[in-house]
Design a protein around this ligand. Sequence first.
Ligand SMILES: Nc1ncnc2c1ncn2[C@@H]1O[C@H](COP(=O)(O)OP(=O)(O)O)[C@@H](O)[C@H]1O
Ligand SMILES: [Mg+2]
Ligand SMILES: [Zn+2]
Length: 391
Amino acid sequence: MGSRVTALTWRPQTFDELVGQDVITRTLKNAITSGRLHHAFLFSGLRGSGKTSTARILAKALNCETGPTPTPCLTCSSCTEIRDGNSLDVVEIDAASNNSVDNIRELREWIRYNSARDRNKIYIIDEVHMLSTSAFNALLKTLEEPPENVIFILATTELHKIPATILSRTQQFDFRQIPLFKIEQRLQEIVESEGLDVEAEAIALISQASGGSMRDALSVFDQVVAATGERMTRLDVQSILGVVEDANLLDLLEGVLKASAAQVLSRISDLVHFGHDLKQVYDALTAFVRDSLVMKSVEDASELVQRSYGHGTRHQDLLDQFSRGDLVRVLDVLVTQEPIFRHAFEPRFALELILLKLIEIRKLAPLEEVLAQIQELPTAAVVEPAKKKLT
Ligand SMILES: Nc1ncnc2c1ncn2[C@@H]1O[C@H](COP(=O)(O)OP(=O)(O)O)[C@@H](O)[C@H]1O
Ligand SMILES: [Mg+2]
Ligand SMILES: [Zn+2]
C-alpha cells in the first residue's frame, strides 16, 4: 500500500465536497452567482478545517473557463492548473517564509501586470499573521486601492494577530471545528471508496481524536492504516492512539461520586496494566467531567460538549443521581490539581491521591455545608426578603 497521505488525495475540489462549513460555502456561492464579490477575503480558524481548500475552490470558481460559477468544471486548463498549483494567475504564498516587506513589494509589482490568461489574478496568502509590520503596511496600501481583477484571499489560524486595518478591508469567514459526526461520515466515505475494512467504532474513535480538524482526522487515519493494513478494528485504533475508553472514564467518575475507593484504585490499576499514559487519562477524565457538567447544566448540550459519549443510559443515570455541585467539586479539584499531577514524580500515585481525596472531600462536604449554614444564619434573614422581590 505504501505510505499514504489521504489528506492530499481527498482534498475537496468543489464547494459541495467541503464538509461542515455550510454557512461559508453558501455565502460564497451566492456572492459568485450574484456577481457581488468582495475583492479581499480573510479565512480564519482551526487548522485543517478547509481554509486552503476553500481558497482554491474559490479561485477555480472565479477563473474557470465556464465561470464565474459556483460549480467550476474542474477540467478546463484554469481549473486543472489551480488544482495542481501551477496557474500563472493564481499565486499562493506562505507568509511564514515570505514575510518581509520586499516580498510584499514583489507582490505589488506582480499585480500591476494584467493577468496572464484568466479572468482574475488571485493571490492566496497563507498564515498571513506571520507578515512583518512593514509588510502588513505595504499590503494595506494594495488593499486600499485594489487594482482591477485582483482578488486577495488571506488565511490565518491566528485571527487575533491580524491588524484591525486589514480586518476592516476584508470580508471575513470564520472556519469552525467540523462536527464529529461529519468527520465520521467523511471517513466512512473514504473507507468505502478505497475498499478498506474498518469498524464503525474505529472511525468514531479517530474522529474523536481529531478535535474537529479534518486534516488531523485524516493523518490519524493514515497512521492507523500504516500500522494495521486494510483491516482496522476499534482495538487497533485504541492501542495505537492510547485512547481511554469511555467505560473507564465512567468507572472512575462513578467510583469518585459513589465514594468507592476500591473501584477507583482497581480501574487505575487496569489502565496502568494496559499501558495507558496516565497523563492522557487525566486529560480525558477532565474533559469527561467537564462535558458531564455541561450535560447536567444545559438542556441540549450537543453544541457545547467536546464530543458524544457512548454508554448513554449508564452515563445519564449517573448524572441523574448526583447534583451539579458534586460535578463542580470534581472538576474543580481536577483542574486545580492538574499542574501538581503533571509534575508528579509518580503519576500513578498522584492520580490515586487526587481521586481518593475527592472521595474524602465528599464525605466532609455535609459538615462543610452545616458550618456554612450556621455562619450564614444572620445574613440569610436579611437577604431573604430582597430575593423575593426579584422573583
Ligand atoms: N471542511 C473540509 N471538508 C473536507 N475535507 C477537509 C476539510 N477541511 C480540511 N479537509 C482535509 O484536510 C486537508 C487540509 O485542509 P486545508 O484546507 O489545507 O486546511 P486549512 O487550510 O484550514 O489548514 C484537505 O486536503 C482535506 O483533505
Ligand atoms: Mg491551510
Ligand atoms: Zn474550469
